[in-house]
Structures are given as C-alpha cells and as structure tokens.
Design a protein around this ligand. Structure first.
Ligand code: G6P
Ligand code: MN
Length: 445
C-alpha cells in the first residue's frame, strides 16, 4: 500500500512515519512517497525517517520527489499536510492581525481567513490533480484551517477527502480520564466546525456521564479545559467547548495576551524549525537526535516563555505529541482493512447537523469502514452555538468564493463578517495588510 505525504518536508512528518512503524498488521503501508516544493526540507526529513527505520524490519520504503503528479500517481492514501507560505507566512498572519487589534491565530478569526485565502487555491489544485491521477485514493487532510480546506477539496473529491484534527479526541480523552471512564468505551457526543465544537455528552454503557462532571466543581477544575474556561462558565454552557473556543469566549484577554508575548506561536516555531533544517545541512549531524532535541526544546521553551498567556494550543506535557498521526493512522486502517470504528472527523454534513446544508463540512462523530466516513446524526446545537457555527460557515463560504472569483471585495466581506472582526474598516485594512505581505494573495484583484 502506497501512502503519499504532501508537505513531506514538514517538521512533523517523523511523527507520522513513527506511527507507521508501529503498525505490523496486514495491509499496512509498505511505501511512503514524500512530496515537497523544497528539496532541502525533503532531504532533511528523509534523513530522519531513514534513522527511524534502522531498527525496524520491513519498514515502509521511503522515496522523495518535488514532482506533484509523480507523487500522486498510484497512491492509495494521500496525506495533505502543506503550509502555504511556510511558518513565515503564519507569523505574518499573526502580526498583521495583531496590528489591527484582532486575533491572528492560524485557524481562528482574521489569521484563519488569511491562511485560508492563500491555502484554498493550492488545495483545489491538488484536489483536481488527485481526481485526475489517483481517483481511487483517499485524501486525509491535515492542512489548517482544516474544515475550510477540506470543504474546498470536497468540491472536487466528494467524500474521498476527510479532514482530521486531534483536538476533539484529545478533549474526549481528557474528559473520560477525569470521569474515570475508559475513553475507548466512551461515545463522545461532539459536534461543530473544526476548532469550533462542543462536547455535549460522554456516553458509557448507555449512560451520559457528562452531567456528573458538570455538577462537580472539583472535577471540572482539575483538567485543562476546566482551568482554561473556568468552572462557572462551563456550568453556564452545560457543555465542554473545544479549547479553541477560548479565543471567542475570552477574546479580549487572548488578543491582549498575544500582543504582549515576545514572539507569537508562528514566529516561535519558525525560529525553532529553522535551526533544525540548518543543522541538517551538515552531513555528519545525527538527524533523529537533532529532530528529537528540537522538538523537546521547542515545546519546553514555548511553554515557559508563554505559560500565562498561551491559552488555547497550550498542552500538558504528556499530550505534546498532538496525536494527529494517531487519528490519521486509525482512519487509514479502518478504511483499508474495513475495520469499523467511530472517529470524530471533518466530513460533508449530509444532514447530520440539520441547520447546515448537505455539502457543508462539519466536525462530527463518524462511522468509518471501507466505504469511508459516514457522519452520525446528532442532536441540534443550542441557539448560541448554532449562531457561531452558522456565522463562521458563512465566512468560510466567502473565503471559498474569494478564492474562486479572485475578488478583493469578497475577501473584505469574509473578514468583515467574522464574529471576531469588529469593523468593516478593520476588514478593509486587513486585506490591505495581508495582500502586502503575502505573495500567495496576489490573485486578489
Ligand atoms: C493542535 C491543533 C492543530 C494544530 C496543532 C499544532 O493539535 O488541533 O490544528 O496544527 O495543535 O499546533 P502548533 O501551534 O504547534 O503548530
Ligand atoms: Mn486541529
């Protein structure tokens, strides 16, 4: 089985390969093709993978190429993990937004829109090529903003593209842990958009255990989301929001905190990763050691630099690996081996959340088997959550329209309609600011 990784020179690719190395089952991946636009990044990551494979018999064979069509041909699965504009672009997303007093996070608010505007055209090009060259392949989209990018690709690939995120399952796991439940046996009643969803229930053996958590301030205060949102607010909501909702519910504080940090998340990661890629230019350096060290250092430094202010995105030390690779592997396994399972994924709605149309990509529990991911019907969200979901989906649709019609006016509309952008004038200046710094937005006329 052949797996192609787009963005194959990315810093997190060794996590994916590491997960593949643990898979000894039948029908596992035997061949990995790394694709990236940047030769030196490909070379650096391929060196890490080669060292990871040394002690593993029958490790998947790895090749690397900068030719996209060649990478796609014959692929059974395609992981799309690209970053248009690189981490420099992410740092610019943050900077331009903060200069306007709004949030520049890579998936939420103005930053997410800017990142979406430059990523969607590239994702659409990839989707069209996949449809032509590897029509039977399954595309697993890691690329943020994951919901929006998945929807853009689904217009060309239908349900053959599935978006993933580790945050819902991570949240479910943390809730199960404080309740003393086995996360494998729990059904997590979670729904929304990517980075904009709520856990409304956690059912074990036919019983919803979440009310027990919501009624107990000590339990609530003992886990990450309880600390982040505060016990009172969680009790008011009657649900546990995805950590990224911190940017909505505490917007003023998060924007202020981000304005005060020495380096934003994007700038921080850019600097840390540059060190690793530089080091890989020395042929004598041990690739795996350098990669491991960079990874450990970057999380440790970031967490001590920004402990008070990081808010969403900050994770406990035991949760650092993120878990993306595990979600991706579980999904790939369920499809390839027809091993039925339930995963929270980004797929076309198809009626699961009745307030949105059938083609809207939502994040929802899905039954997965060889036929793909099928969203399960869920209870409607309360009005306040429906309001946010519909507003943000409306914004995403404007981003998709702007990427298609190349209109600045449509781009302004996308920013202006976002609940976290507080004036049309701010939206106009954001489009000015972003088009100045991002060559990838030159298409907006
Ligand atoms: C979480 C989010 C992802 C994000 C990842 C890494 O897992 O769900 O969407 O890509 O964190 O964030 P970072 O700030 O380290 O790039
Ligand atoms: Mn995510």
């Amino acid at each position: 089985m052949k797996l192609t990784i787009l963005g194959g020179g990315g810093f997190r690719v060794p996590l994916v390969y590491g997960a593949l190395l643990t898979d000894r089952g039948e029908g596992r991946v035997t061949e990995v093709v790394l694709h990236d636009l940047d030769d030196s990044r490909l070379y650096a990551v391929a060196r890490v993978l080669a060292e990871q494979a040394v002690t593993v018999p029958d490790a998947p064979k790895v090749t690397a190429t900068t030719d996209l069509d060649e990478a796609l041909r014959g692929a059974d699965f395609i992981f799309s993990a690209i970053r248009v504009g690189g981490l420099e672009g992410r740092a610019n997303d943050e900077r331009v937004a903060l200069a306007e007093g709004v949030l520049g996070q890579e998936t939420v608010g103005a930053g997410g829109i800017a990142y979406g505007l430059r990523t969607v055209p590239v994702a659409v090009d990839i989707a069209q090529r996949v449809a032509r060259l590897a029509p039977d392949a399954w595309v697993i989209n890691f690329t943020n903003p994951a919901g929006l990018v998945t929807e853009a690709m689904s217009r060309h690939l239908g349900d053959r593209v599935i978006g993933i995120c580790d945050s819902p399952v991570g949240l479910g796991r943390r809730i199960a842990k404080v309740l003393g439940a086995n996360p494998r046996e729990a059904f997590i009643d979670y729904v929304g958009l990517n980075h904009l969803g709520w856990v409304r229930g956690l059912r074990v053996a036919g019983r919803d255990e979440l009310p027990r958590l919501l009624a107990d301030p000590d339990l609530l205060g003992s886990f990450e989301e309880g600390k982040l949102f505060g016990t009172d607010w969680l009790q008011s909501l009657g649900a546990i929001p995805n950590e990224y909702l911190h940017y909505y519910y505490f917007n003023r504080e998060t924007v202020r905190a981000y304005s005060e940090v020495e380096r934003t998340r994007g700038a921080f990661l850019r600097d840390q990763q540059a060190q690793f890629y530089d080091e890989m230019k020395r042929p004598d350096a041990s690739a795996l050691t350098a990669w491991d060290r960079t990874r450990a250092e970057r999380e440790a430094t970031y967490m001590s630099e920004n402990r008070e202010t990081a808010g969403a995105g900050e994770r406990d030390a035991d949760d650092l690996s993120g878990g993306y690779e595990k979600v991706a592997l579980a999904l790939m396994r369920a499809i390839a081996r027809d091993e039925r399972t339930t995963l929270i994924l980004n797929v076309r709605n198809q009626g699961a959340l009745s307030v949105l149309d059938a083609d809207a990509v939502i994040e929802v529990p899905c039954l997965v088997d060889a036929n793909g991911a099928h969203p399960v019907a869920v209870d409607p969200l309360p009005d306040h959550a429906t309001g946010l979901v519909c507003a943000v989906k409306g914004v995403e649709r404007e981003v998709l329209a702007a990427a298609e019609n190349g209109s600045r006016t449509t781009a302004v509309k996308a920013f202006a309609l976002h609940p976290l952008v507080d004036s049309v004038n701010v939206a106009r200046r954001l489009v000015e600011g972003y088009t100045e710094v991002h060559p990838g937005l030159a298409y907006l006329k």
